[in-house]
Design a binder for this molecule. Structure first.
Ligand SMILES: Cc1cc2nc3c(=O)[nH]c(=O)nc-3n(C[C@H](O)[C@H](O)[C@H](O)COP(=O)(O)OP(=O)(O)OC[C@H]3O[C@@H](n4cnc5c(N)ncnc54)[C@H](O)[C@@H]3O)c2cc1C
Length: 421
């Protein structure tokens, strides 16, 4: 049976960087190819790193660094139309004791920086490598990269396609794949620096260690991310089309003022989203369409080429698991390779078996949450306004999410020692 020792990873996102670390730790020769010329600190905004993502990072030795970039949430609250408190729960403050980790906010660029370090140090991170062609035969995989006027060919025993929701690997190798689905919602993401110096924003939504949400006329969420006093906010709105025709500009695209005004108009005048938008530097505002991929059920590999992260199960952000699932994939794939003694076919098959149901459930959970939380139907809207605070205070919603997300984690939670606040 064919074994692999050298692996080419396409894409230096969260999944690609994590799998580069996990596979090199089990002794594989890793080369990571990223099409961007470098990673810039203002690229992307932030996301929630959840206990399942953090324990997975701990399993490859990143626990101390990860702790430094995560702002823990101890409180979860829901606000009303005028920014008033509707309901609050302290359940998140128990996570340290129960799971060994708090759910917390991290700036994407800071997570990228810490994951890239070992790969860059060992000269295995190759920027400005845009994959344009990929072919495999019995002896290995040949990859063709293009950058400006140059082309370069590379050979490897196997390839991991971690190149995100618009994956070139998928387009070339998994030719029957349906396109990513636009959820008919777009979002504005903003990062506000030095939040403690901002006096114009309702202090309820800028509080430390607190995740705040609003489900009324579009969803609004805020939380602090990182340890340098940054606040991240996001506001979704319904739309028949994504904001840009360009496929690749989504995570770096600047604000479009007219669309922003349209989005803000949906929220009442006294809603804190207006204060957050006014306090955000235009270079820290992102605007993009929300897409997901129907989880593929025909295997995630073809001979020597395998998928990971958004390229095979991109999810909507409503359960905050996109990055966490990509991290879990990476750990799981390395575990399967170690177990199979580097034989590709059994490793890829076991990886798919372990990951398919879990990722499918998460993708579906996020879709259904989105449908319920954002429905424009007046009846659903009115039920939601009463039900969501009740679900929160009864801890029903959060208990279901914890069971699904943390109890089925590939790195068992019980291995962790409790953590104090
Ligand atoms: C720049 C950027 C910023 C983001 N910011 C946020 C955010 O603020 N909040 C949030 O919730 N999610 C964000 N995301 C999405 C989030 O990171 C992913 O949904 C999740 O982490 C899953 O990661 P992934 O590794 O599968 O894919 P991604 O993180 O999307 O990474 C894919 C990588 O592949 C590279 N790539 C794509 N095509 C090629 C090619 N042909 N050749 C070589 N390299 C290629 C891309 O440049 C990218 O670095 C962002 C993604 C990107 C790319």
């Amino acid at each position: 049976m064919a074994t692999a020792r050298s692996v080419a990873i396409i894409g230096g996102g969260i999944g690609g960087l994590t799998v580069a670390n996990s596979l090199s730790q089990i002794g594989m020769s890793v080369s990571l190819y990223e099409r961007a010329p470098c990673f810039i600190p203002t690229s992307g905004a932030a996301f929630g790193l959840q206990p399942n993502g953090q324990i997975s990072l701990e399993s490859i030795g990143f626990q101390d660094q990860a702790k430094k970039i995560i702002h823990p949430f101890l409180k979860w609250q829901i606000i009303g139309d005028n920014g008033e408190l509707l309901a609050a729960s302290d359940r998140l403050s128990e996570y340290g004791q129960r799971f060994g980790y708090f759910l917390g906010g991290a700036l994407r660029s800071e997570l990228v920086d810490l994951l890239k370090e070992p790969i860059e140090k060992s000269d295995n991170l190759h920027y400005s490598h845009n994959l344009i062609n990929i072919k495999q035969d019995a002896n290995g995989v040949t990859l063709l990269f293009e950058n400006e006027n140059e082309q370069k060919s590379v050979h490897a025993d196997m390839v991991i396609g971690a190149d995100g929701i618009r994956s070139t690997v998928v387009k070339q190798i998994f030719t029957e794949t349906a396109l990513p689905v636009h959820s008919k919602e777009n979002v504005f993401y903003g990062i506000i620096d030095n939040i403690d110096q901002q006096t114009s924003i309702n202090p309820l939504v800028t509080a430390k260690n607190t995740m705040t949400q609003y489900f009324g006329f579009g969803e609004f969420i805020t939380y602090r991310a990182g340890h340098k006093g940054q606040l991240m906010w996001a506001a979704t709105y319904p739309s028949m089309a994504p904001p840009s025709a360009s496929e690749d500009s989504e995570w770096t695209e600047m604000n479009n003022q007219r669309d922003l005004n349209q989005c803000l108009k949906r929220f009442p005048q006294s809603h804190p989203v207006h204060q957050c938008a006014a306090a955000t530097n235009k270079t820290r505002l992102l605007h993009f369409g929300l897409f997901y991929r129907q989880p593929r059920n025909d295997g995630w590999h073809r001979n020597r080429i395998c998928l990971l992260g958004d390229s095979c199960h991109a999810t909507l952000p409503y359960v905050g698991q996109g990055a966490n699932m990509a991290i879990e994939d990476a750990i799981s794939l390395a575990q399967c390779f170690k177990k199979s003694k580097f034989q590709m076919e059994p490793a890829f098959q076991e990886y798919y078996k372990k990951r398919f149901n879990r990722t499918k459930r998460v993708v579906n959970m996020a879709r259904y949450m989105g449908l319920f939380l954002h429905s424009e139907n007046p009846l659903v809207h009115s039920i939601r306004q009463r039900l969501v605070p009740w679900l929160m205070q009864s801890n029903m919603m959060i208990r279901m999410a914890e069971k699904e997300l943390y109890e089925n984690c590939p790195v068992p939670m019980e291995q962790r020692k409790p953590l104090d606040k």
